[in-house]
Every structure is written in C-alpha cells, then in structure tokens.
Design a protein. Sequence first.
Lengths: 130, 130, 130, 130
Amino acid sequence: MLTEHEIEIRVRYPECDPGGFLHHSRVFVYFEMGRTELHRASGDNYRRWEDGGLYAVVVQAECRYLKPARYDDLLRLRTIVHRVTSVKIEHEYLLYRDQELLCRGRVVLALVDREGRIQPIPEEVHRGHS
Amino acid sequence: MLTEHEIEIRVRYPECDPGGFLHHSRVFVYFEMGRTELHRASGDNYRRWEDGGLYAVVVQAECRYLKPARYDDLLRLRTIVHRVTSVKIEHEYLLYRDQELLCRGRVVLALVDREGRIQPIPEEVHRGHS
Amino acid sequence: MLTEHEIEIRVRYPECDPGGFLHHSRVFVYFEMGRTELHRASGDNYRRWEDGGLYAVVVQAECRYLKPARYDDLLRLRTIVHRVTSVKIEHEYLLYRDQELLCRGRVVLALVDREGRIQPIPEEVHRGHS
Amino acid sequence: MLTEHEIEIRVRYPECDPGGFLHHSRVFVYFEMGRTELHRASGDNYRRWEDGGLYAVVVQAECRYLKPARYDDLLRLRTIVHRVTSVKIEHEYLLYRDQELLCRGRVVLALVDREGRIQPIPEEVHRGHS
C-alpha cells in the first residue's frame, strides 16, 4: 500500500462562503477524497470495503488554516499515511496552491463492522507502512 | 395526514455562495426538511419508514427563483401536498421572507423498497388528500 | 464560444445520503461545474466575470431523475447551450454512468451587476449559439 | 457578551452519509451555528459585523468524535467562549444527544478587514470574558 499520494482539486462555487473563501469545513471533505484516492492508487477501493462490511469512522480531525483558498483555485492535496496502530490509521494532509501551503490537517480513523464493533487494521495497510 | 405545513429556516453561512446569496441547490434541501416536518406534524416519521424498508426517491424536482435569500435571513417554508397518485406524491413549496415570496418549487416522489422496486403510496397519505 | 462540453465527475462520499445514493440536490452543483468548465473550455472564465462585476443568477432549475448514482461512481456530464435570448441563457444537462442516462436537467440563468440589475447576455455567448 | 449558549439542531438527511451517520465535516457547520446564535443571544449579530467590514476567519479547528449521530436526531450544542486574546477568540463546543456527549470540538478565530489584515478583538467580546 502506498504511503503518500497527491491529487488535484478545483474549488467549487458553493464550497465557498459569502466571505468569498473556501469554507473551513470543506477541507475535511477534500481530505477524505485524498485518502480515497490514495486507497485507489494502491489498488484497493474503499467502496469495496463498505460492500464487505468494513466502515471507516473518524475519531479525531483537525486542521490549521494558513492562507485562504478562493473559488476556482486549482489546489494540490498531498495525503500521507502518518501512523498505523493495531486499531487506528492516522493521515496527514497538506493542501497547496502552487508552492504555497494553505492548510495542514490530520485525521485519525478507526474501522468498524456493521454493528459498530472496532475491527483490526488490515494487514496490507500495515505492510505499506513500517 | 396533514396536507399543508409551515416551518422556519435560518439561512446558514456556508449555504450561501461568494455572490452572498443562498445557493440555488440548497432550496431542495429545505424542501426536504419541509416534507419531513409535515410528516412529523402528521404523527408519522420518515426515519421510521426507512427503518421499515420504505425509501422515498425523488423522480422530478424544479424551482423558480424570484428573489434571492441572504445569510442569516429567517425564512418561512410552506409545504403543500399537491397531488397523490397510486405511485407518486407531489409537493409544492413556497419559500418566503416575511410576506415576500422568494421561490416556488415542486418535487415528485416515488416510494421504493430496499431492492428499488416501486411501492404503492400508503393508504394514510391518500386519506389526508382527497 | 462552445455550445457543448463534457466533464467527468467522481461521486464523493458525503454527497450521498443514508439511502446510499447521490442526493438529488447535488446534481445542481454538478450542473454548475458543467457550465463553469464549458466556459473555461471556450477560453473564458466565470471568476473573471465576477471580478468584473457580472454575476450569473439562476432563475429556474429542474431535473428528472431516471436512475440513481452511487458513491464512487465515475459520471460523465454533458452540458449543452440550449437557448440564448437577450437576457437569458438556458443550458441542458445530461448525466451518464457509462452509456446509461441517470438524469436530465435544465437551468436558466440571467446576468446581473453588483446592484442586482439585469444585464444583457454578452455578444460572445450569442456568437457561439445561432 | 454571553460566554455560553445552547441551541438545538435537527440532523438533516443529506448531512448524513451512506454509512447512515452525520458526516464528520458537518459538525464544523454546527459549531459555526453555535457561535452565530451565541452572538445573537448576546444582542449582537455576525451579519452586521460583515456588513461593517469585519470578517471572522478560522485559523484552527478540531474535533473528537465519541459517538455517531444519525439522521433526524435532535441534538443539543453547547458553545463556550474558552479564551480571548488580543487577536484570537477560541470557542469550545459540546454536542449532545440527550445526556450523551457525541463530540467535543474547538475552533480558533481571528478577525480581518476586507483586505485581510488582522483586526483586534472588539472590546465587548473581552468584557464578557474576563
């Protein structure tokens, strides 16, 4: 499994607020896209996990906002697998416009089954990250 | 079952776009809240329908926008059961700020089971509307 | 100016609802992306219009939903300039998954200045569409 | 100015994801509603700040998720002014369903003028919090 991946995101009009800037809540949607695509680029697929009864739940999320993004900006999101334990995966996220770092985030995930019981992090996630 | 109901909605900051106005896509979320609350005011509950395996799907939606709404406006949404057939429910929606009509919408619903098969509209919906 | 354009859209997780499907309100956000990219592919840019004090406002929007889209589906949106009058632009939208038509929409726009006064549709929009 | 305030929030259908739960990004929209209403309950109004050229920007946001919220849940959000410095306001947020704490957040704001220059926190915000 890959431990880093990068995607491009075009800021959509209704993702921005009357202040004219990308709303701070939206970066967490971008971060989720980042880990979905890291997953896909590694040859796996989150939708298949869900179809198989394995759900990712966010247990902690945070972000520091350094510069605002505007409507129609073309951004670059770097997703990094930062830490993997027996029951948690932690990614770090760096959102850029050109070379300028706009924000830096961190999201901690756990995996649960359909009944909400904590599941161990799959072997292949560990393998990529050691 | 009631055939008309009214709710108040406060426009949220990230529901508005860089133009400063409520984004046109959001009124369909408001309309859905309107029918949820009409449902609840009638003594029923849409979540219970879903828990029982009955899902509402939107087959057609439209809206005419007469005046814009702004962030923090307190709006009034009137939801009206407009037409009920054996397989469809059609609501009309009127969104006001004070006495001013901001937009007028119409959404047509069908009901499906977990496999996506069309289900007949429940008796109690017809009873209210004849 | 182009009169047709096509883009790909990957359905995001929080764009889908507890029923598991793309929420019906979201297609209007997709349609807006479609016209933004048609605009860009024509060598113009909507953000530049706004910076110059020209705002597009939606006066009417509608959609017919034929089949549902699911999380992670890769969709194809075809945007077509359907009609241009002295004060309105009307686009048609066709959303596909592979060859399957999922929904068909129509949105009518007017242009206003910063004070909300209706502005004539620019010459170059007419030129492409005659 | 008040230093604590509580509001009720009904979870909307499209705020929940295919997992059936309130999407983690949405709590930051709720938190913003919490501080808007604390503001209003204190006799002031954030929209008036913006009309006067004073904008709140989020510089840091975080949340710990303890239990999930579901569609149609009626939640209770407690907003607390946690710390005020010369250039920052920090709120804490506690989101409950009945007596059960679902999540706990923290958002740090700065104020800027139309050109994005940092502005001092107004006197009345300090007065309430000493």
